[in-house]
Structures are given as structure tokens and as C-alpha cells.
Design a binder for this molecule. Structure first.
Ligand SMILES: O=c1[nH]cnc2c1ncn2[C@@H]1O[C@H](CO)[C@@H](O)[C@H]1O
Ligand SMILES: [Zn+2]
Length: 395
């Protein structure tokens, strides 16, 4: 972890610059731990696939309008209504070809955005309507990610994508999906997750799946502390044993900031910080589901200042009309973050990934840190009147 203070000065960019430029943010190496495959389709692909399978329930048939429709429909203030929009994306992801294409494009789009490592999740049980088996779903997506990585490389980008298999918390297939994740752990699947409406569906309903994964020494994250508060986070950690928290943003309810600015952590918040539990924060998604009321008031500001293991994520690029670069742009605008802050979030994410330690370390020391060092040194080589020699000639 870097040791700079939260609002590190302009050391990370050219003197006088308040923060990184849009272009620097895009080129900076980024790590994404929380992104849903069925929440990141290109609008044009949704339309193509709907046509191919004869799905006629799309609300719009023109890409730009459909993109806007997803964004507006998801902008509902409630997690339950936000989740309704996935009926359309899941409906068109029911064949091997469709799943593969979506996975290829996902890897390509993330690479284009400067993401060097991503864990992308989806719920295999939601892709069985046309007769695919769970294994066929996983294999089609894996094939797509490998092909996407190859195409990204051909375009001059480097990315690695791992899959997380999600079980839906309202359903009863968690153990089966956990076993599936375990079977594919050496073939592209790096962990497990549960998602879906949170209120009324506590993670302890799926204890058998989590206990199984622990016995197998496997990894899992749990969506908790988004649509419901502290009890959900507490269960996810202390009953289920989650390695990471999907969102976890409501941990803020256990942090007291006094009028004089002094901060007191409750027992659960202290545990989360002390144990370095990674928080997969997704600012824009939280605004849409009502888990936060504005970027300025988003708990990520305080959590970063208090040195929680905070990470920045997209959640659903289609529904939130976002990307990793966009999330960082919004954060730099709101909190004045510099390249040092971006690097801190990125190293946090890489440390928290589910791939082996030696690979995480190599990513941090050989990809992430050199990438940021390169960006941070750019101002030194900008041609100015002082360095171009033109002043001397005129004199
Ligand atoms: O932010 C979220 N909270 C909870 N569930 C979600 C969120 N985003 C997506 N999904 C759910 O996860 C499924 C598998 O990818 C999606 O189909 C959606 O229902
Ligand atoms: Zn999510």
C-alpha cells in the first residue's frame, strides 16, 4: 500500500494540474472486481441478439435509445426496480453464440478502457431457458473471455479476465452453483458470489454453499450492504465468511463522525477495516438504487480517508451508462483525487483479487506501478516555453 495521505497533493500530475486528465484516466491501468456480464452489453448487441433469437419485448430497437432506456429505467431509486431491467439482457443471452459474443465484447470493451485485470460475474442459472446446461454456459463465457483477451492484445491492449459464478439469492441453487465454480476453478472461474434483491433474502439462506466453498479453500464475495444495512454485512462476514463485500457501502452506518470531525468506528466497521475486508464500491450504481444520494455524499470519500480497503467498480456498465474511467473521472471531479489516489484504489483492488498471490504481486509491481509511474512522469516531458528553447532564440 502506498503511504501518501488521502488527498495527496499535485505530486501525481503536472504542477498546477488539479488531477489527472480524462485521457490519463483512460490510459491508467485499472482493476475491476465487480462487474456483471449481463449488465454490460453494448446496446447494439442487445438489439442484434434479440433479432437473432426472435425476442420482441425490447422497449426500443435503436441502439442509442435503448441505451438511454436502460439507464433511465435503472435510475429508479430502488434495487428491486433496477434489477427488473436484467430481464431483457438475460432474455438474449440464452445460446452459446450469444454468451460467447457478449463475453468477447466485454473483454474488448474493458481492455479499451484501460482495465488490465477484471473479475466479471454472471448467474449461470439465468441462461438455461433454451436448453443449455450449466457447464455449457460456463464454457461459452470462458471461450468468449479468452477470445476477447486475444482480440484486445491484437489491438495493443493487455487484459486478463476471470469469471465469478453468481447464485441468485431468491432462488435455491447456491450449492449447485458453488460446486460448479469449484469444478471450473482451474479453468477460468476464480470465485463465487450471490446477487439479487437483498432485503428479505439474507445471505445465511445459502450457508451450505459458503460452507462448502470454505471446505474447498475456494473464494467468494457476497452482495451485502447495498439494498439492506449492517445486519446483512454482519451475516455475510461472520456467518458466511465472505472474502469480500459486494458494495458493503452501508458500513458507513457503523461510523460516527462528530461535529468536530472526529471519527468513531463501531465494532463491525472496525472489524472490516482491521481485517482489510475489501469493499467493492460502485458509486454510480449506488446513486441509481438509492444506496447513496450524491457523488459528494458517497461514503467512498470517508472510507478512503479512513483507509478502508476500498475499491472502485462499475457494477453494470449498461444500466449505469458508465465505465471504470467514467467512475474515476466522477471521483476525481468530486473528491479531487490524483493519480496517486487512483493507484491506491487500483492496488487495493489487485490485492483483493481472487487469483494467486504471486500473480497479484506481479500485476502490482510489473504492470500497475510502472503504469502509474509513467503517467506521473509525463509532465516532465511536456514541451513548454521554458524547455523548448524558443525563449532563448527570441532573446
Ligand atoms: O447491484 C446489484 N445488486 C444485486 N444484484 C445485482 C446487482 N447488479 C446485478 N445484479 C443481479 O445479478 C445478476 C447476475 O449478474 C443479474 O442478473 C442481476 O439480477
Ligand atoms: Zn453487483
Amino acid at each position: 500500500m502506498t503511504s501518501q495521505t488521502p488527498h495527496a497533493s499535485s505530486r501525481g500530475s503536472a504542477p498546477g494540474h488539479q488531477g489527472p486528465t480524462t485521457d490519463q484516466i483512460r490510459r491508467a491501468p485499472k482493476v475491476l472486481l465487480h462487474d456483471h456480464l449481463d449488465g454490460g452489453l453494448r446496446p447494439g448487441t442487445v438489439i442484434d441478439l434479440a433479432r437473432a433469437v426472435g425476442y420482441d419485448a425490447l422497449p426500443e430497437t435503436e441502439p442509442d435509445k435503448l441505451g438511454i432506456w436502460f439507464h433511465e429505467a435503472a435510475d429508479s431509486g430502488s434495487l428491486e426496480r433496477y434489477l427488473e431491467t436484467f430481464a431483457h439482457t438475460c432474455a438474449v443471452m440464452q445460446t452459446r453464440e450469444a454468451l460467447k459474443r457478449v463475453a468477447v465484447e466485454c473483454a474488448e470493451d474493458l481492455a479499451e478502457d484501460g482495465v488490465v485485470y477484471a473479475e466479471v460475474r454472471y448467474a449461470p442459472e439465468q441462461h438455461l431457458e433454451s436448453g443449455l446446461t450449466l457447464e455449457e454456459v460456463v464454457e461459452a463465457v470462458n471461450e468468449g473471455f479468452r477470445e476477447g483477451e486475444r482480440r484486445a492484445r491484437a489491438n495493443g491492449h493487455r487484459i486478463r479476465v476471470g469469471a465469478l459464478l453468481t447464485a441468485m439469492r431468491h432462488a435455491a441453487r447456491a450449492l449447485e452453483i458453488a460446486e460448479l465454480a469449484n469444478r471450473y476453478r482451474d479453468s477460468g472461474v476464480v470465485g463465487f458470489d450471490i446477487a439479487g434483491a437483498e432485503a428479505g433474502y439474507p445471505p445465511t439462506r445459502h450457508l451450505d454453499a459458503f460452507e462448502y466453498l470454505k471446505r474447498e479453500n475456494n473464494h467468494f464475495t457476497i452482495h451485502a450492504g447495498e439494498g439492506f444495512g449492517l445486519p446483512s454485512i454482519w451475516q455475510a462476514l461472520q456467518w458466511c465468511g465472505a472474502d469480500r463485500l459486494g458494495h458493503g457501502v452501508r458500513i458507513i452506518d457503523d461510523i460516527d463522525v462528530a461535529a468536530d470531525g472526529s471519527v468513531k468506528l463501531g465494532r463491525l466497521a472496525a472489524y472490516v477495516r482491521d481485517k482489510r475486508i475489501p469493499l467493492e464500491l460502485c458509486p454510480t450504481s449506488n446513486l441509481q438504487t438509492g444506496a447513496a444520494s450524491s457523488y459528494a455524499e458517497h461514503p467512498i470519500g470517508l472510507l478512503r480517508r479512513l483507509h478502508f480497503r476500498a475499491t472502485v467498480n462499475t457494477d453494470n456498465r449498461l444500466m449505469s451508462n458508465t465505465s471504470m474511467s467514467r467512475e474515476f473521472e466522477l471521483l476525481t471531479e468530486t473528491f479531487g483525487y490524483t493519480l496517486d489516489d487512483m493507484q491506491w484504489f487500483t492496488v487495493n483492488a489487485m490485492k483483493s483479487a481472487f487469483i494467486p498471490f504471486d500473480e497479484r504481486l506481479a500485476m502490482i509491481s510489473d504492470v500497475i506501478k510502472p503504469g502509474y509511474a509513467e503517467l506521473k512522469s509525463e509532465w516532465l516531458f511536456q514541451q513548454t516555453a521554458a524547455t523548448s528553447g524558443s525563449a532563448a532564440k527570441k532573446g
